[in-house]
Design a protein. Structure first.
Lengths: 145, 335
């Protein structure tokens, strides 16, 4: 008797499984046909870093203090700044990162004293040359304007 | 055209002409069937997994398998160094030819049947047993542990599942009192056999899935353990022949199930007034069954080998034997 009960219960579980899969056939698909359509990245996504644009000044607040450069565990950040005249504050005019070595640890973003760094939502990062991984953040900010 | 036809008949005789033309037609059917089934399988799998599946080549990706076929034809035929050359080259042919020959007796419609032999059913299963031999040849000749293990598993499985398969068909034979395919179809004009003997139909369908090495009985070619089983060492068109044979086998077991249990080319009794030719009914039923097999494949996980064997020897064979005895009694004393 036990065996017959097993067969009945097992048979019913098989039918239940098949009902599950047949219902899926009519459900809308969940994949995105990537090159033709793209999804909005979630705010917690980490692309390479970029300079934030502040609405009150219309530009970044980087003072080229070099904190990010010193904190970076893989030394991928190079930042340089200059003063326009003797008593003005320093402003970054060169900001490069080599994304091919970046581990996205986020120490630069966490330690920036002026809070001007953030993660971008860039995800198409495949390149043909190792130099293509170098990103000019100042140039990027100017382009996005 | 007529002159060419007449000269062909004169040279070969009417019988041989019929077989030659029939086999050419079957060859075309087998190729188109494989192209269609691969596409159908990928589409069904994709939609069950909430994807789209092939869509780039042609409308709904229908031409994708043709492109794959062209790729396979253009690939190099690699023969590894330590194989048994003769058997290695013979195995793909040996697996494909019997499949082709089985189509000779299948009644596609009232008039479309290559040869209506009075031992039709026997012929199909005589040829389909070659399958095991060809798999063993391929697996042994490849001189590869995965191939050999796949072949051994396949032979053990096919030999085991052949028994309940034939036992379930035996009760159909008793019921219809004939081995001739056309007579079996004729005897189902009013009620299909599946309504008289649903358990035999179920046993047949389960065993047929196992015979064609389809999931959940696909342990001979279990990807995760055995690479690809008995055809691990095959490439290019030789691999394609194994593939073609697998999909043609699916068509055959579904066609046999249609003929034996689902009324063959006859329309369902309550739809007899529709002006649909028998050929369409036949293929509708056959592909509905194949869809069921594909659906099963993408629902259930693979069995373990001992589970598979226990299921066959402890459940299927006793059930098929009991079914046979009960139906023999019914036929002898009641009908």
């Amino acid at each position: 008797m036990g065996m017959i009960k097993d067969i009945m219960v097992g048979g019913w579980s098989l039918i239940a499984g098949m009902l599950v899969t047949i219902r899926r056939i009519y459900r809308p698909v969940v994949t995105v046909q990537y090159p033709r359509r793209q999804v909005q990245m979630s705010p917690s996504y980490r692309g390479h870093i970029e300079l934030k644009r502040f609405p009150e000044t219309g530009t970044h607040h980087c003072v080229a203090c070099g904190t990010c450069m010193r904190f970076c565990p893989t030394n991928v950040i190079k930042v340089q700044g200059e003063k326009t005249h003797t008593h003005s504050e320093k402003r970054a005019n060169l900001y490069f990162i080599d994304f091919s070595h970046c581990s996205l640890c986020g120490l630069c973003v966490a330690n920036c004293p002026t809070r001007t760094l953030e993660f971008s939502d860039e995800y198409e990062m495949a390149h043909f040359s190792r130099w293509d991984g170098v990103v000019d953040l100042i140039h990027r900010l100017e382009e996005s304007a | 055209m007529a002159a060419a036809w007449n000269s062909l008949v004169n040279v070969l005789g009417p019988d041989l002409t019929r077989i030659v033309i029939g086999l050419v037609g079957v060859l075309g059917l087998v190729q188109i069937n494989a192209l269609f089934l691969v596409w159908l399988e990928r589409k069904v799998a994709a939609h069950i997994q909430l994807r789209i599946g092939p869509k780039e080549v042609g409308p709904f990706g229908i031409l994708q398998t043709i492109v794959d076929g062209v790729k396979l034809v253009s690939k190099e035929l690699i023969t590894p160094r330590h194989v048994d050359r003769k058997l290695y080259m013979l195995a793909p042919v040996a697996i494909f030819l019997p499949v082709l020959l089985s189509f000779v007796v299948i009644p596609f419609s009232e008039t479309l049947q290559i040869r209506d032999i009075n031992v039709g059913l026997l012929i199909i299963f005589a040829f389909s047993t070659f399958n095991v031999l060809a798999i063993l040849m391929g697996g042994w000749a490849s001189n590869n542990k995965y191939s050999l293990l796949g072949a051994v598993r396949s032979v053990a499985q096919n030999v085991a599942y052949e028994i309940p398969l034939l036992l379930s068909l035996l009760s159909v034979l008793l019921w219809c009192n004939s081995l001739q395919m056309s007579e079996i179809v004729e005897s189902q004009s009013r009620v299909w056999n599946v309504f008289w003997m649903p358990i035999a139909a179920l046993i047949y369908l389960i065993c047929a899935t196992a015979e064609t090495n389809r999931a959940p009985f696909d342990i001979p070619e279990a990807e995760s353990e055995l690479v690809a089983g008995f055809h691990t060492e095959y490439s290019g068109m030789r691999f394609a022949l194994f593939f073609l044979a697998e999909y043609s086998n699916m068509l055959i077991v579904a066609a046999v199930a249609t003929t034996l249990f689902f009324g063959g080319w006859k329309s369902p009794p309550f739809l007899g007034f529709l002006p649909v030719p028998g050929l369409v009914w036949f293929f509708l039923k056959t592909y509905a069954l194949i869809f069921g097999v594909i659906w099963i494949r993408w629902t259930f996980p693979r069995l373990r080998f001992d589970q598979l064997m226990n299921f066959c020897w402890k459940i299927m064979i006793p059930a098929a034997l009991l079914h046979l005895v009960v139906y023999a009694g019914i036929i002898k004393f009641i009908r």
